[in-house]
Design a binder for this molecule. Sequence first.
Ligand code: FAD
Length: 458
Amino acid sequence: MNPGNFQKLQQAFRGEVIQPGDSGYDDARKVYNAMIDKRPRLIARCVDVADIMAAVQFGRESDLLTAIRGGGHNAGGLGVCDDGLVIDLSRMRNVHVDPKAKTVRVAPGCVWGDVDHAAHAFGMATPTGIISTTGVAGLTLGGGIGHLTRRYGLTIDNLLSVDMVLADGSFVTASAKENPDLFWAVRGGGGNFGVVTSFLFRLQPVDTVYAGPTFWPLEQTEEVMKAYREFIVQAPEDVNGFFAFLTIPPAPMFPAHLHNQKVCGVMWCCTGAPEQAEKATRPLRAVGKPALDHVGPVPFPVVQSLFDAIYPPGLQWYWRADFFKELSDDAVRQHVEHGSRLPTMHSTMHLYPTNGAAHRIKNQDTAFSYRDANWAGVIVGVDPDPANRGKITSWCKDYFDALHPYSAGGAYVNFMMEEGQDRVKASFRDNYDRLATIKKKYDPANFFRVNQNIHAAT
Ligand SMILES: Cc1cc2nc3c(=O)[nH]c(=O)nc-3n(C[C@H](O)[C@H](O)[C@H](O)COP(=O)(O)OP(=O)(O)OC[C@H]3O[C@@H](n4cnc5c(N)ncnc54)[C@H](O)[C@@H]3O)c2cc1C
């Protein structure tokens, strides 16, 4: 590192600059997925936009590989890098709700629990994922799929504007009116275009929801999955339910006789009145003989944090994913075969519905290019013990290989590991060329490349 540049950074910076050898270095370089073990040369823990500007300038002038860390949840570890600079936003966690305008302004280091908590006090929420510890920044920039997708669309469908620091150090706002090309690109295109320093979201009237799981013994999977594929594409939009294979954790909230049982299930989150939601979900919940059917009124932030305790930071994770337009009988057979072989208690497979309100926006309207898919599928091998790394990875890869031929061809970028350019292109499909043109305008030298990378058009 050039000493002059480093001195300039130190003079301009209010946050913490952490280097190898500093006492907090090993904690600061850790991300959510313990399989990722990267050693940056410098971590710039920003406290404000001025810090972000100084860090971008330093990274560029020092020609350092530069990663941006929001919540640090990215599966492939794209919030950190080896031998480079990490612009760490984890200290920037302010949330401001405007109840009159029904909007929320969110700082870039927030996790979704911060937003859920602040907005719930006003009886509102914005669509997010399914775990409260996930970072707002990365989840939003990739699209944002979760409990409210069928009712209120993807997270990006509720994004009104972003403030950003670009690769040249300049500060811009992107919205439908200002820099609309950039606003189009950040809605699905990830961290390719600059550092987002603030998000403005529309809030929706979501307070208490009708939620919880229905679990069935594995023997009933084929019947349940076939009923689910018909049910969820035509269910009312206020009904959301993702399909899962899982092992029931040995936790007091579950009956002891079900502990450690592998099951298939649907995790519900419905925004209509409880009686209406009960009636709407009944046809699927009445299929076969559920082992557990535990659905009722729950405050939305509780649903959002239901899985937090099972999935604390520091586990080993290996992910593979694809979008699906349909679940053919052959695909269901593959699910039955591989889903029943969950290799560890934490491993799981989720199929998130991406229809309903998310289908009202078209593929070319935002960078997220799979509006015509009905599900985002993700297979995750998870375990606390690094010794089981091989086991969870090979199960996940085998499952993915078996299912990929039935997929729509590409994956949700936020569910991918580092899988190469072909997979990135398959994920952006017809939107890739437009993204490459916008990349050329805002980041021609590919300064922001620790992401599912879009190469600037030539
Ligand atoms: C347990 C778990 C559950 C999940 N559940 C869901 C879910 O329900 N729905 C869903 O859609 N996704 C989900 N995800 C995936 C999640 O969306 C991605 O992992 C996402 O990348 C996390 O964002 P982050 O800010 O925490 O990540 P980080 O690792 O901090 O960053 C990820 C990427 O975003 C970029 N980035 C981060 N901050 C900024 C910024 N301010 N400006 C520009 N670029 C930035 C980085 O460059 C990096 O490429 C889940 C992940 C985990 C681990």
